[in-house]
Design a protein around this ligand. Structure first.
Ligand SMILES: [Zn+2]
Ligand SMILES: [Zn+2]
Length: 309
């Protein structure tokens, strides 16, 4: 017998099953799409609603703490459409154990790692070492400027210290994400704006390190990734070409339907009511060639996570 909660979940999944057929049709983006940065939603049906609404084929679920049951239920409801990463409080002494267990259970990476610690501090350093030992990538949120009073900062010191981390952990696959990672495509960024706009000053550390370090990749999700690619079209075309094997599409979008419903980021009023996935896919599509577009939105993630296309 199903209890009431199980019954409701089963019912909710059954209601979305017919939409799975959509992935077999020609994709509206001209390429299948893998969303590297998709936060697991509490309501099972809500996950598929965003994928289907945005024209996304597969997504990587970002989970925190124990999430295996939810992940398995989704994978069963939509076979082949979900991989997953796991994160755990980096300040907890047993975080390594929890993450190693998640990898044993099928997690294909760590992330997102978003904690109020230094990017080169001891809490994250042990995670970098563990990721290398387990041969999984680690996805990190870098942010130096509050979005609201007293938010605090995350994985701090990116521009000043992260090169030493890239050098110290050559066997670790790092995936950079969020405000500080993307603002630093421009060499003139000094932690003043959340999402800087206007022409990019060439030679920013993110651009240089993507070129210099084979172990660094870029997650293009969120308003941060979108703004960085929207601010200077001439720069963007070259940047996508230069790093075509190092960039991965992601959404980090919280809209409910893959079409913008309910999206509201006070730090980015221009995105209100829009779907970040759709905005960034459109932007990438008009900024580069079909071959590079397909690498960024599909091929690179499969190579990095070692999953068949
Ligand atoms: Zn993030
Ligand atoms: Zn969305």
């Amino acid at each position: 017998m199903l209890n009431r909660r199980e019954f409701l979940e089963t019912f909710a999944l059954a209601a979305v099953v017919p939409t799975l057929a959509r992935q077999d049709r020609t994709n509206e983006w001209g390429s299948p799409v893998f969303d590297l940065h998709f936060h697991l939603r509490q309501q099972p049906a809500g996950n598929l609603a965003h994928l289907d609404g945005a024209g996304v084929t597969k997504a990587n679920l970002l989970t925190r703490g124990r999430a295996l049951d939810q992940v398995k239920a989704l994978q069963a409801a939509a076979p082949g459409r979900f991989t997953w990463f796991n994160s755990d409080d980096a300040t907890r002494p047993d975080a390594e154990q929890a993450l190693a267990q998640a990898v044993k259970e099928g997690a294909q990476g760590f992330g997102e790692m978003k904690f109020h610690v230094a990017a080169d501090g001891p809490e994250l350093r042990r995670m970098y070492a563990l990721a290398a030992d387990l041969h999984v990538p680690i996805l990190i949120h870098f942010q130096e400027v509050d979005h609201f009073p007293n938010e605090g900062t995350w994985s701090t010191g990116f521009a000043k210290t992260f090169e030493s981390v890239l050098k110290a952990y050559p066997r670790t696959t790092f995936i950079g994400h969020a405000d500080a990672f993307w603002a630093n495509v421009s060499a003139d960024y000094h932690n003043e704006a959340v999402y800087p706009t206007g022409p990019v000053k060439r030679g920013g550390v993110t651009d240089r390190w993507l070129g210099d370090y084979p172990n660094l990749f870029g997650d293009m999700s969120a308003v941060s990734g979108n703004t960085a690619m929207a601010r200077d079209p001439g720069f963007t075309a070259d940047f996508l070409k230069r790093h075509q094997d190092k960039l991965l599409f992601g959404s980090d979008c919280s809209c409910s339907d893959g079409r913008g419903a309910g999206y509201n980021n006070p730090a980015a009023p221009q995105m209100a009511g829009k779907c970040v996935a759709r905005e960034t896919l459109s932007l990438l599509k008009r900024s580069t060639s079909p071959v590079i577009f397909q690498k960024i939105v599909w091929g690179n993630a499969h190579r990095l996570l070692r999953i068949p296309t």
